[in-house]
Structures are given as structure tokens and as C-alpha cells.
Ligand binder design. Structure first.
Ligand code: ADP
Ligand code: MG
Length: 249
């Protein structure tokens, strides 16, 4: 049994069958990559896992509990955190202010500024956020306004905002999209470090094969809304169906 068990998930948008019949099992403490051409249904699948979309068919079990029908913040509280395809940080806020939002959300179930119970508790949250910023190498940027940062740093901040919630499962939708090579390599190193330092399962959607092959323990190839093959990186590299459908060889 995986920490995440997806069975028979289908999702239709009008006349378009975005997901056919997706079965996916993600095992605890692994990095599982989901790859596939544009429009394959990767983001749709992720949206079905975090309560942003309700699939038409199938089941999604996380840690033995169904996530379907739950609200995104409830699924978040179950232990799933997600980095979106387009950055979702608050540009007008500082790095530290951004970090406080998931801290409050984790504690209160939603972001409610008036919900502080005591200054001491607030201090605990600040300490936790600072520790996390330090872990991702951003502590010295804590007072920077988020919009002024590089794309790589914005991603780093988003990942820190997820990790401060201590998720069991971290979902990343194309974390290196639009990044320069140096930032991409920094992100690979950061994710390796995160994985090495804690018990966490990571599911990553990624276009950049260098990232996928650097990080993944298992790879699922999605094509036209259906998993084509699931295997280890070495086997995926040589798989004729994958070469044909995705790597374009
Ligand atoms: P990927 O992330 O693999 O590139 P998506 O999951 O974003 O693919 O999209 C899969 C298919 O579903 C695409 O054809 C896309 O245009 C379509 N699609 C995605 N979201 C919606 C939506 N909200 N409404 C209608 N069509 C959508
Ligand atoms: Mg996508």
C-alpha cells in the first residue's frame, strides 16, 4: 500500500477526457515523478489530489483516508502540501510574512489574523518559520519583499512555505519551469537535502529530464490522461513506448 493510492480516476472537461482511468500508487518516503507531454493531464491529476477538482470517477486515498469531497484546507491539514505550477506567493509581503501564512493555516485550519492565542505561541511560529528559512538558505532574505526576488528564490520560498507545515506528502508542479540552469541545479540540491533530512514523500511533475533523473525513485509516464508506464528511472530511459510517446526519439 502506498501513502497515496489513486484508483480509476477520470476527469472530463466538457467534451475533453482529460484523465481516463488513472491508477497510481506512491510509496512512502520515495520521490515519484510524473512526466508526460503538455496537456497529458498532469496538473489535472494533481488538482484532483488536493481538492481543487473533483474527479468524475475513482478514488484517492491518502494515508488510509479518502480525500475526495474534502476541501483543499482539510486535505492540507491531512498532511499534503503543494507547490503550484505558477508561483502563489504574496508579492507585496516580505519573505517572513509569507512564511507566517502557512503556519497560521496549519494551526487554525484557515488564515485568520485575529486568531493569535498568545504572543508566546506567535513566537513559537516565528521561530519555526525562521528555522525553515534557514534550512532553505533564505534566512538573510527574511525582510525582502517577495516580488523583488528571483524566480529561483520565489520557488525556494514556496517550498519553504510548504515544508513549514511538516507535510507527509509534498506535491510539486513543475518547480523548475522557467528557471535558469543555475537555479534549477540549486532546486535539485534543495530537494535532495529536504529528502535526506526528513521523512517525506515527494511527488513531482517535471518537464526537465535532468531534474527527473536526478531525483526520482519511480517515474510514471502519463499520456492523454492515462498512465503509459511506471518504472525506475533506468528502465524508463530505455523504454521504447516512452521514447516514442514522450522523449521523441
Ligand atoms: P498538463 O499539466 O499535463 O500539461 P493539464 O492537466 O493542464 O495538462 O490539462 C489536460 C487537458 O485538460 C488539456 O487539454 C487542458 O487544455 C485541459 N484542461 C485543463 N484544465 C481545464 C479546465 N479547467 N477546463 C477545461 N479544460 C481543461
Ligand atoms: Mg501542467
Amino acid at each position: 500500500m502506498g501513502i497515496l493510492e489513486v484508483k480509476g480516476v477520470g476527469k472530463r472537461f466538457g467534451g475533453l477526457q482529460a484523465l481516463g482511468n488513472v491508477n497510481l500508487s506512491i510509496h512512502e518516503n520515495t520521490v515519484h515523478a510524473i512526466i508526460g507531454p503538455n496537456g497529458a493531464g498532469k496538473s489535472t491529476l494533481l488538482n484532483c489530489l488536493v481538492g481543487k477538482l473533483m474527479p468524475d470517477t475513482g478514488s484517492v486515498m491518502f494515508d488510509g483516508q479518502s480525500v475526495l469531497g474534502r476541501k483543499p484546507h482539510e486535505i492540507n491539514q491531512m498532511g499534503i502540501s503543494r507547490v503550484f505550477q505558477t508561483p502563489e506567493i504574496f508579492g507585496d509581503l516580505t519573505v517572513m510574512e509569507n512564511m507566517m501564512i502557512p503556519c497560521f493555516a496549519k494551526r487554525d485550519g484557515a488564515f485568520r489574523m485575529h486568531a493569535f492565542e498568545s504572543i508566546a505561541q506567535e513566537r513559537d511560529l516565528i521561530a519555526k518559520a525562521e528555522k525553515m528559512l534557514s534550512d532553505v538558505g533564505m534566512l538573510e532574505k527574511r525582510e525582502m519583499v517577495a516580488s523583488s526576488m528571483s524566480r529561483g528564490d520565489k520557488r525556494r520560498l514556496e517550498i519553504a512555505m510548504c515544508l513549514v507545515q511538516e507535510p507527509k506528502l509534498l506535491l510539486l508542479d513543475e518547480p523548475t519551469a522557467g528557471m535558469a540552469r543555475a537555479d534549477t541545479n540549486n532546486t535539485i540540491e534543495l530537494l535532495k537535502q529536504i529528502k535526506a533530512e526528513r521523512d517525506i514523500t515527494i511527488a513531482i511533475i517535471e518537464h526537465d529530464m535532468h531534474v527527473v533523473f536526478s531525483l526520482a525513485d519511480r517515474i510514471t509516464v502519463l499520456a492523454q490522461g492515462t498512465p503509459l508506464v511506471e518504472d525506475t528511472p533506468d528502465n524508463i530511459k530505455g523504454h521504447p513506448k516512452v521514447k516514442e510517446a514522450y522523449l521523441g526519439e
